[in-house]
Design a protein around this ligand. Structure first.
Ligand code: NDP
Length: 303
């Protein structure tokens, strides 16, 4: 699209490049842990069933873990695995000293009770930050395992903006995985936080009050450019696939924000793809290394 002049073009926050540099920093810190502990940090990933997207995610998490110099333990179970069998596996992983992080790939098949499974993960190995103990630790300002996606958003925001204190932040979406921990992280950074969701009235006006917008709704390009305050910083978490076209036979990936419409208004924005997504995997590695240090009574690594 055409812009009036260069000053109108927003800064693109390059999550891909940032994630790469975070992964390099993590990789550099692994040998220090190996020297102190006499073993590599280890991440166990559990996949139940054969959902193609989940298989891809699990595969790339395993590769990234090994590339960082850590051990990856993959447990691929059949779709008809029982609740009891899965809980027994979690208990074994909890007691396995070589395992610092446990991630159960979600969603689980409908026959399984996700909440009960997550409740069985040792909170200190809960690198996805989904255990209620970690949610409680985050709210009460204690050292927690923080869900990877909102943690990645927080890191990008702090890198771009520095001190977030006093800024108005609007988080769209209130899921346990993204929206709620995101709002809490921003509150911990002394932002004034508004949480918006499907029952929020006059969403455009709410969004227009924000210096920081984090969109985690799962609705393609829902947030329009003229909803955004001039100079806002926008983190687009959404990953939505549009219907296939001749030029994009697999369907184009877009975020929750109408990026082209937003660009003339905002100061900075994350692209989709290449924004928040790569940060999620980098933060999984970060959480695994942090969990390994804490389990070994070492100070947190400087990342
Ligand atoms: P959920 O479906 O769990 O939550 C969506 C949230 O959006 C809900 O709180 C819902 O409100 C709210 N919402 C839905 N429709 C509207 C609307 N019209 N107006 C305002 N709010 C609305 O999704 P997730 O949090 O798991 O994920 C959100 C998006 O982020 C998805 O696109 C997902 O693919 C992506 N994602 C990306 C990741 C990454 O690594 N980049 C990782 C995780 C997720 P209510 O609660 O009222 O129903």
């Amino acid at each position: 699209m055409a812009f009036k002049n260069m000053a109108d073009i927003a800064h693109i926050i390059d999550g891909k490049a940032f994630a790469l540099s975070l992964r390099e920093t993590i990789t550099d810190q692994v040998p220090r842990f190996v020297e102190a502990a006499g073993r590599k940090p280890g991440l166990a990933v559990v996949l139940v069933g054969d959902d193609p997207a989940s298989q891809v995610y699990v595969g790339s998490k395993g590769k990234a873990t090994i590339a960082a110099g850590m051990n990856s333990f993959e447990h691929r179970l059949a779709a008809d695995t029982s609740q009891h069998t899965l809980i027994e596996l979690i208990k074994r992983l909890n007691n396995d000293d070589a395992v610092d992080g446990i991630l159960v790939q979600l969603p689980l098949p409908k026959t399984l009770n996700e909440q009960e499974i997550i409740a069985h993960i040792d909170p200190d190995k809960d690198v996805d930050g989904l255990h209620i103990i970690n949610a409680g630790r985050l709210v009460s300002g204690q050292k927690a395992m923080v869900p990877c996606t909102p943690l990645g958003c927080q890191i990008l925001l702090k890198d771009y903006l520095g001190d977030l204190s006093g800024l108005n932040a609007v988080v769209l979406g209130r899921s346990i995985l993204v929206g709620k921990p995101m709002a809490q992280l921003l509150l911990n950074e002394n932002c004034t936080v508004t949480m918006a969701h499907s029952r929020t009235k006059d969403l455009a006006t709410v969004v227009r009050s924000a210096d920081i917008v984090v969109a985690a709704v799962g609705r393609p390009q829902m947030i329009k450019g003229d909803w955004l305050k001039e100079g806002a910083v926008v983190i687009d978490v959404g990953i939505n696939r549009l219907a296939p076209t001749d030029s994009a036979p697999k369907g184009k990936l877009v975020g929750d924000v109408d990026t082209d419409g937003a660009m003339p208004h905002v100061k900075a924005i994350t692209p989709v793809p290449g924004g928040v997504g790569p940060m999620t995997i980098a933060c999984l590695l970060r959480n695994t290394l942090v969990a390994a240090h804490r389990r070994n009574n070492m100070d947190d690594p400087i990342l």
